[in-house]
Design a protein around this ligand. Structure first.
Ligand code: ASP
Length: 368
């Protein structure tokens, strides 16, 4: 029997009795009782402590129409509202929050990412903390999740969660995603799995996950390698663990950083112009990620590298590795392995906090 089904059964028994009592009497018609709050069985043993770090996004958005699932700029859901909306959490963890920002994820910038990562590191360094959950808009969620994968200094679980439907929508997905994220962050089985992304009951590694669809609730996929587990109602079930370097095994440290080197992305397509690369060089970027190739890029990239700018070759196909080759290495170009361009940018920025040596940066792209 679920937590929710219990009070409903009691409620329907109660309504049946009151209907019987009113038979033959002149009593006014009984008003239906409001739905009962779920009966939560709180375990006697102290529950694990999980902290919610909220940044904004659809999971914290309200709309005026329940049925217009893509129109929702009518207010923000506060962290306390998110927690109060889920009394079921009381049986899972002691949940507190840290309100980091209140923005859509395209607006998440270096300042927000550094603030978030430092706050998570401080929380997870406390001996009695069990895990962390981050609410985030889905558009750039994979970038923040991968950033955290590289800079969190703890093997305690960190779960990044979002929603595809606003808090006010019919069949909203946020509360179940959040409930499952807290369950996962509180699970001893989630320790040392790196940073995870959870939507639609599915647990992905931050390293491999990407947003795959503009609108559907099953938008997050790990294209070639699949999810690492599921948050099902009986248990959090893990089947795999990522082998790329992360968290406690990462060489990157943001403790003392207030900014990160500028890196931008240039898209490749037929007849792509070299102008964006030249403009970025003139703007003073430290690195450029090419999302595919174009004939005009070779000369423009050579010009950029001559000025000490690091060039990383990614690929717009969305899955598959960019292989190491003598030809690209000979030109001084770094290959992104199977990181998409937006994640390659995250790694390149952190790599540039340590070195500008192309061979060293290539090593990092092979290891992270
Ligand atoms: N626009 C939203 C964002 O903040 C989309 C979402 O959260 O799903 O990314």
């Amino acid at each position: 029997m679920t937590f929710r089904s219990l009070p409903r059964r009691l409620l329907s028994v109660g309504l049946g009795l009151s209907a019987l009592a009113s038979l033959g009497a002149d009593a006014p018609e009984a008003k239906p009782a409001p739905p009962a709050a779920p009966a939560i069985a709180v375990p006697a043993a102290p529950l694990p402590k999980v902290r919610l770090f909220t940044t904004g996004g659809t999971i914290q958005s309200k709309g005026a129409n329940r049925q217009k699932l893509a129109e929702y700029n009518d207010g923000r859901v506060t962290p306390q509202e998110l927690i109060d909306d889920l009394p079921e959490l009381k049986a899972v963890a002691r949940v507190d929050f840290d309100d980091i920002s209140n923005i859509g994820s395209p607006g998440v910038n270096t300042e927000v990412q550094l603030k978030l990562a430092k706050a998570i590191n401080a929380w997870l360094a406390q001996p009695d903390s069990a895990g962390a959950v981050v609410t985030h808009g889905t558009a750039t969620l994979e970038e923040t999740a991968y950033f955290l994968q590289l800079v969190v200094k703890s093997d305690k679980p960190v779960v990044v969660v979002g929603a595809m439907r606003p808090w006010t929508g019919i069949s909203r997905d946020g509360p179940l995603n959040l409930y499952n994220a807290v369950r996962t962050a509180a699970s001893p089985d989630a320790v040392a799995k790196g940073v995870m992304v959870l939507l639609n009951d599915t647990i992905h590694s931050a390293r491999f996950v990407t947003k795959n669809n503009t609108y559907r609730v099953d938008t997050f996929v790990s294209r070639e390698l699949g999810p690492i587990g599921y948050a099902d109602s009986d248990r959090i079930a893990f089947y795999r663990t990522p082998l790329t370097r992360h968290t406690t095994n990462s060489e990157f440290n943001i403790d003392k950083l207030e900014a990160l080197p500028a890196v931008d992305i240039v898209y490749g397509y037929q007849e792509a112009s070299p102008a964006p690369i030249e403009a970025l060089v003139a703007a003073g970027v430290k690195g450029i990620v090419l999302d595919d190739t174009a004939p005009s890029f070779n000369r423009a990239s050579a010009g950029a590298m001559a000025k000490g700018i690091i060039i990383v070759q990614s690929d717009r196909k969305g899955s598959g590795r960019v292989l190491l080759s003598e030809r690209t290495a000979g030109r001084g170009v770094i290959t992104a392995d199977n990181l998409n361009a937006q994640k390659a940018r995250v790694l390149l920025r952190l790599a540039l906090t340590k070195t500008t040596d192309a061979k060293e940066i290539q090593r990092m792209f092979s290891e992270y």
